[in-house]
Structure formats: structure tokens, C-alpha cells
Write a protein that binds this ligand. Structure first.
Ligand code: DGT
Ligand code: CA
Ligand code: CA
Ligand code: ZN
Length: 600
């Protein structure tokens, strides 16, 4: 059992207990345990085996016993007993944003609402107003949240889908006669969520490939099975489409099934104008003679274009850019030298010590890590004195380790509802790096939220705006704010915008990255790690950046630290923004006149 599965069931325990109005201490205990397990760097099964579970913060004998039972049997007795008392549809109500256990329990017990459909009907008819603390505004908000819940259902976050895709690809590669195996579709384009997986195999002998595919242990049901095309539904709910093609058409099929559909149509149209026919079976001339198709690059070559990276194949100007020789040279993970948003166990939700973080960072080849724990408004966040002491600790660990990687003294300071910062200026200016983020009052109206962020950016002590939109993909929409204005102010003030690489944030999003790039704003890609094993998530931020046409030069943490000789805040930023302006005017690496600029 994966840590995330264990955590999910523990979180569910908290919900079940709360719905059934059980002891609040117990509710909290399960949730805390879930949180700890969720961000644990080691497999929980190891701790069970070693009997060291109770060494974890907040895990007592009782819960440790249940976790052991869970790891061994996939469930535990108390959970099953509670779950049997709550209809599954009621539990699903909790997935709707803004609907907590109190509301669920009152509409379930009070109005007999047992699933989302019934909740929707009650919101529309106004019957919901009979529930306590319910008004028309809230009912309307719930209806919107139900719509969002339905829209995302069935799409999986990229990181989970990619993990599953890698397993399937690895398994099929072992099949005799499977000469080429690749995952294509949205997962290859690194879209932030994935509808289904598309796996392509090049083989002359499809039988064994198909048999292996439909017989995988993850398969819940076989949707269809045929010599060139099969589909299965996995136990986790995801559908996987398999295509098997002859090796000589593999490249053409890889291109076709990578998509996107919009890109395919645009490229095919361009090919047709040149008398070339593109399809998943190959590249052909007017007389139907095969011109190529074994390799994906053949497809581009024959239509007279350079190879276009999958991440930007969205039919949003990439073909025109390729035509004009103005494809961006997309940033790669190896370009990113450091990580600028890392939490340690000094603030409440961090799990790893400075040494553990540094060890893992070193393993991943990072040259510097900014340690950015939370400020005082967050639960157990640091006040001015605690932050000063923590910064000294960071510096001392850094000295002890000889700066490999270099540990920077930073903070993630809250932007308070009025736009002021959660710590005094003098503490902030002593640090190497200041991330400022919104963590509260997400429902402020757009203008107030924008003013709030702008005020923080204008403080002169902020280096980067953390997770700028506040979204949690599929769970929480971005708060209402004027992104373009934030971009403009960030640009003017020389403050960077973060590309937060947490798989469920990806914030800035791909689209927002492209807007920011067009405006010449400096970007920073950060993992926002809460445990050492999160540091590797940086790659998800790199992919979001690539989807946003970002090049290494757009991203500050592709440079060795100290950047530009280590000037503090405003000065350092001025230099960066001058360079970027020069580039935007068409200097080296300039992009003036490229389609993405004309597009606006
Ligand atoms: P998803 O699964 O919703 O996350 O997104 P995709 O892009 O993986 O979409 P999917 O699985 O429906 O199809 C995989 C690829 O196959 C798609 O990216 C492009 C190609 N494709 C599918 N339908 C069409 C079509 O009608 N025309 C063209 N030209 N290509 C298509
Ligand atoms: Ca797909
Ligand atoms: Ca598909
Ligand atoms: Zn944050």
C-alpha cells in the first residue's frame, strides 16, 4: 500500500467520524496522522515492519495499530464499521468545494440527501435553505462547485497518470516482439490533467502484446480487445487505449496519437497544401506513395518543419513559429540549478530536517535550496524571533555541509488580507530570499484581491509571488484576481512570479506562464516541497513552463547563485529586468514578431 492510499483512508476516517458526530479529538488525531503519512519520505510499510510508527509526530499507539492493520489487510475493522453506516454518495458530497462535514451531516441527517444529484435538486428547488447556516448565496456557490466537481471527475492529475503510464510502458517493453513502446496523448504533452492514457506499440506480432495488456494486474475490466486496438479500464478508474502498429509506421502513429487534435489538424492542413497526406499510417504523396513515417521526426521533416516538442503541440501558434524558425528553445529540468521554495520541519507542515533536505537536494543535483518556512499567521509558523533563529540555523547547517547544496535563508511570508506582510520589514531584508503568498481569505472580491497582491509586490522586500493564483487543480479554483495587472506590476517592480511545481498546483499554469513570458516577467520554478521526497517534483513545474513556451533565460533559478553577484532585492531585480527588456526588444534570444506576440 502506498503512503497516499494509507493517508486517504485516514483522512476518510476523520470525515466519517465527523459525519457521525464522534469525538472531535479523534477526528483531529486521524487527520493529523493522515497529514503526517501523506508527506512521509519513506514507505509507511517500512515503519510498520520496524515498529517505529509511534516515533512519528502525533501518531500514538492506537492509530499506529490501525495503520499496521491497514498496511497488512488494506483496511481496518473500525473503518469498515463506520463506512457501513455512511452511504458512499454522502461521503462523495465532501469532495464538493465549500461543503464540509458539518454541512454534509446536516443535509444528510436533516433533509435525507444521500448523493450529489439529490443535493443539486435541493439547491435548485430551494429546499436546501431548510438546512442550518444555508442562504441563497451559498446554495448558488454549491451549485457551481457541483458543476466543477462533475467536470473534473474522470480526469487524473498528471503525476499519477504519468506514474501509471510509466509502469504500463515498462511492462509492455518486456514483451517479446514489442519493438517500440511509448505513452502518447495528453500524458506525453504533459497536460496538467489526463482523461485517458494512450499507449502505442510498434510490433509485427500483436498477439502477445495484447494478451499482456489485457492481463495486467491493474486492469478492472476489458472494454474492447482486437488485433490492433484494445482498451481497458484500470482499477483506479483510468481508461487506457492501446494501439499496435507496424514498426515502419510507428513514427507517424506516435505523432498522430500524441495530438493534440488541434495540432494534428493544423499540421495536416499545412501538409495538404504541399500535396502531402498525413495520417496515423504514415506520410504519403499525392499518388499514395509512402514518403516515411518510421520516426516521428520524418513527419515534421517531410512537411518542411523542425521537430516540435510535444508540450507545445496545442495548435496555438507552434506550427507558425516552427515555420518562421522561431520555435522557443524550451527549458529543461537540467537547466534549473536551484529550488527557491522549500519547507523544513521548522514550520508545522514540513516533514524533513535541513540535513535531509540538503541530502536529497544534493542527490538531485541541485546547487542551492532556499529554505522558506511559513510566517506566524500559519499554524505554528515562525514569528520574527523564531525566523531569525531559524535563519541562523540554516546558515550554520550550510557552513557545516560546505554549501553543497547552498542553503539560502528564506521565508514564505503570508500576504495578509490588507496586503501587508506577516513579518516586519527588517527581518525580511536580512534574508536571502522572500516568497510572499496568499493563504487566506480566498473569496475576496477580484479588485480587493488584486490590490492586496499588488501591495505586497510593491513592498520592495518581496523576491517572488508564491503560487500566484492559489488554485488546487480540480479542488479549488484560482481566486478572483487580475492576472494581467499582477504581471504588469511584477514586471515594473522586478518581482518574480513563481511556477509552483506541486502537481496539484502548477501555478502559474501553462497559459499564465505564456502571458508572463510575453510580458517579460522573471519566473522562478520551485517545488514548494514539504518533505525531502517532494524535491523531485520540480520537473512538473518545468513541464508547465515548457507548455508555456518558457526558455531557460526566462527563469532566474537557471543561474548559479548568487545571481548577478548577489545584489539584494531591488538592485538585483533591476539588472534582471533590464536584461529581459533587452531580450523582449529583440536582442539575443529575442522573440519579437514571433506568433505568440502577434497572437495577443
Ligand atoms: P485526454 O485523453 O482527454 O487527456 O487528451 P488526449 O489528447 O490524450 O486525447 P485522446 O485520448 O482523445 O486522443 C489522443 C490523441 O489522438 C489526440 O491527442 C489526438 C489524436 N486524435 C484523437 N481524435 C482525433 C481526431 O478526431 N482527429 C485528429 N486529427 N486527431 C485525433
Ligand atoms: Ca488520452
Ligand atoms: Ca484516448
Ligand atoms: Zn504556500
Amino acid at each position: 500500500m502506498e503512503n497516499t492510499d494509507v493517508a486517504r483512508i485516514l483522512f476518510e476516517m476523520g470525515d466519517l467520524l465527523e459525519l457521525l458526530d464522534e469525538n472531535q479529538f479523534k477526528v483531529r488525531a486521524y487527520r493529523q496522522a493522515a497529514q503526517v503519512i501523506d508527506t512521509l519520505p519513506t514507505p509507511v510499510s517500512e515503519l510498520v515492519r520496524d515498529g517505529t510508527l509511534t516515533a512519528l509526530p502525533g501518531i500514538g499507539e492506537g492509530i499506529a495499530g490501525r495503520i499496521a492493520e491497514l498496511v497488512e489487510h488494506g483496511t481496518f475493522e473500525e473503518h469498515d464499521r463506520l463506512a457501513a453506516r455512511v452511504p458512499p454518495g454522502v461521503l462523495e458530497l465532501l469532495e464538493i468545494e465549500g461543503v464540509g462535514p458539518k454541512t454534509v451531516s446536516s443535509v444528510w441527517m436533516g433533509l435525507g440527501i444521500r448523493d450529489i444529484d439529490a443535493l443539486e435538486v435541493a439547491c435548485r428547488s430551494g429546499r436546501i435553505l431548510e438546512a442550518p447556516r444555508m442562504g441563497e448565496l451559498r446554495a448558488r456557490a454549491i451549485l457551481q462547485a457541483i458543476a466543477r466537481h462533475r467536470a473534473r471527475k474522470g480526469r487524473m492529475l498528471l503525476h499519477r497518470a504519468l506514474w501509471i503510464a510509466d509502469e504500463i510502458v515498462a511492462r509492455l517493453r518486456e514483451v517479446h516482439g514489442a519493438l517500440r513502446v511509448e505513452a502518447c496523448g495528453s500524458v506525453r504533452r504533459r497536460l496538467e490533467t489526463v482523461g485517458d492514457l494512450d499507449v502505442l506499440v510498434g510490433s509485427k506480432d500483436p498477439g502477445p502484446v495484447t494478451r499482456t495488456f489485457v492481463g495486467m494486474p491493474e486492469v478492472a475490466s476489458v472494454v474492447s480487445e482486437g488485433p490492433t486496438k484494445s482498451s481497458v479500464r484500470l482499477k483506479v478508474g483510468l481508461q487506457v487505449d492501446l494501439r499496435i502498429v507496424a514498426p515502419e509506421t510507428f513514427g507517424a502513429a506516435l505523432h498522430y496519437f500524441t495530438g493534440s487534435k488541434a495540432h494534428n489538424i493544423a499540421l495536416r492542413t499545412r501538409a495538404l497544401r504541399r500535396g502531402i497526406k498525413l495520417s496515423e499510417y504514415g506520410v504519403f504523396d499525392r499518388e499514395g506513395r509512402r514518403l516515411g513515417g518510421a520516426e516521428e521526426k520524418d513527419v515534421f521533416e517531410i512537411v518542411g518543419l523542425p521537430w516540435i516538442p510535444p508540450e507545445i503541440r496545442e495548435g496555438s501558434g507552434e506550427i507558425e513559429a516552427a515555420e518562421a524558425g522561431k520555435l522557443p528553445r524550451l527549458i529543461e529540468e537540467k537547466d534549473v540549478l536551484g529550488d527557491m521554495h522549500v519547507h523544513s520541519d521548522a514550520s508545522s507542515d514540513g516533514q524533513s530536517s535541513l540535513d535531509e533536505l540538503a541530502d536529497e537536494g544534493k542527490k538531485l543535483g541541485r546547487r542551492y535550496l532556499a529554505i522558506t518556512d511559513h510566517s506566524r499567521s500559519r499554524p505554528l509558523g515562525l514569528d520574527a524571533d523564531a525566523l531569525r533563529a531559524h535563519a541562523r540555523q540554516v546558515a550554520s547547517v550550510d557552513r557545516k555541509r560546505g554549501g553543497r547544496p547552498k542553503l539560502l535563508r528564506g521565508v514564505e511570508v503570508d500576504i495578509l488580507p490588507d496586503g501587508s506582510l506577516d513579518l516586519p520589514r527588517d527581518v525580511l531584508t536580512e534574508l536571502d530570499w522572500v516568497v510572499a503568498s496568499v493563504h487566506s481569505h480566498f473569496t475576496d472580491p477580484e479588485e480587493r484581491m488584486t490590490d492586496r497582491i499588488v501591495r505586497a509586490l510593491e513592498s520592495g522586500v518581496v523576491d517572488v509571488l508564491g503560487h500566484p493564483s492559489g488554485r488546487l487543480i480540480g479542488r479549488r479554483d484560482p481566486y478572483a484576481f487580475d492576472l494581467q495587472r499582477v504581471i504588469d506590476v511584477a514586471k515594473k517592480r522586478g518581482v518574480a512570479l513563481e511556477i509552483n511545481a506541486q502537481p496539484e498546483r502548477l501555478d502559474l499554469s501553462d497559459k499564465a506562464c505564456r502571458l508572463a513570458r510575453d510580458a517579460g516577467v522573471a519566473l522562478v520554478i520551485s517545488s514548494d516541497s514539504h518533505a525531502a521526497n517532494h524535491l523531485a517534483n520540480l520537473r512538473f513545474g518545468v513541464w508547465a513552463a515548457r507548455r508555456g513556451w518558457i526558455e531557460a533565460g526566462d527563469v532566474l533559478n537557471t543561474r548559479p547563485w548568487p545571481w548577478d553577484g548577489g545584489e539584494r532585492n531591488s538592485e538585483r531585480r533591476r539588472i534582471h529586468s533590464e536584461k529581459r527588456e533587452a531580450r523582449a526588444r529583440g536582442g539575443p534570444g529575442g522573440t519579437e514578431g514571433s506568433p505568440r506576440r502577434n497572437e495577443r
